[in-house]
Design a protein around this ligand. Structure first.
Ligand code: AMP
Length: 216
């Protein structure tokens, strides 16, 4: 994956639209589940939104890890926190934010299916066409070949901090960092957000300390 991936900023309005669309589809086919399992961390907020739309009270987490730093894959997906709570004989919907390789959702589906539910289906806000696993429901497809790193509102500061840190290795000027992220990632960030996420400049800390010593 590129160090500076092309990025797409998703808004809370997008998330609201995607969850409403998924809920509508699930209701249309009369498949409202008894339990929603959120694939954390990315699928946790989508799972909560969908539980709200569908009026589902049982919401459980399961954790899969696959991607480490922003747009950087760390080996193959693994379940790092098991599902707790019985789903024996229940209808279950597993929810994630996006299927990219599809490994996380595929693995989580197997993990959940092994706990004897009556049915397991899956849903993702976004589905990338090249994913090897196709969720039962998705709100929007990103065509194969149009890969982007989607910055979801629940991951905004983490993603921005990491991208800013990468640009910071080349320049320590806020405006230059901002310009680089615009050119390389297509990301037009508010100057204040770049400034806020710049790693603490060692030089500035040193000068503060010496200013203290020189003070009245
Ligand atoms: P995957 O197993 O590759 O389908 O993706 C696992 C998780 O990594 C997803 O649920 C997201 O939280 C995150 N992720 C993977 N690809 C992207 C992407 N292109 N944009 C934003 N988040 C991503």
């Amino acid at each position: 994956m590129p160090e500076f991936p092309r990025c797409r900023l998703a808004s809370w309005e997008d998330a609201d639209r995607w969850s409403a669309r998924l809920a509508e589809r699930i209701r249309e086919v009369d498949r409202v589940p008894e339990v929603i399992v959120g694939l954390t961390r990315g699928g946790w907020v989508p799972a909560r939104l969908l539980a709200d739309h569908l009026g589902v009270k049982r919401l459980l987490p399961v954790t899969a890890q696959h991607w480490g730093l922003t747009a950087t894959r760390s080996g193959s997906a693994e379940i790092t926190e098991d599902l707790h709570g019985s789903i024996d004989g229940a209808t279950v919907l597993l929810v994630d934010d996006i299927t990219d390789t599809g490994e996380s959702l595929e693995l989580a589906t197997q993990h959940v299916a092994a706990r004897h539910p009556a049915r397991v289906e899956s849903a993702a806000f976004l589905h990338i066409g090249h994913s090897k696993f196709v969720p039962t429901y998705y709100a929007e497809e990103i065509p194969r070949g149009s890969w982007v790193w989607v910055i979801f509102p629940w991951n905004y500061w983490e993603d921005v901090r990491q991208l800013v840190a990468r640009a910071y290795e080349e320049t320590r000027d806020v405006d230059a960092v901002r310009q680089r992220l615009l050119e390389r990632c297509g990301l037009d960030l508010p100057r204040e957000h770049v400034a806020r996420t710049m790693p603490a400049p060692v030089a500035a800390l040193a000068s503060t300390a010496s200013a203290g010593r020189d003070g009245p």
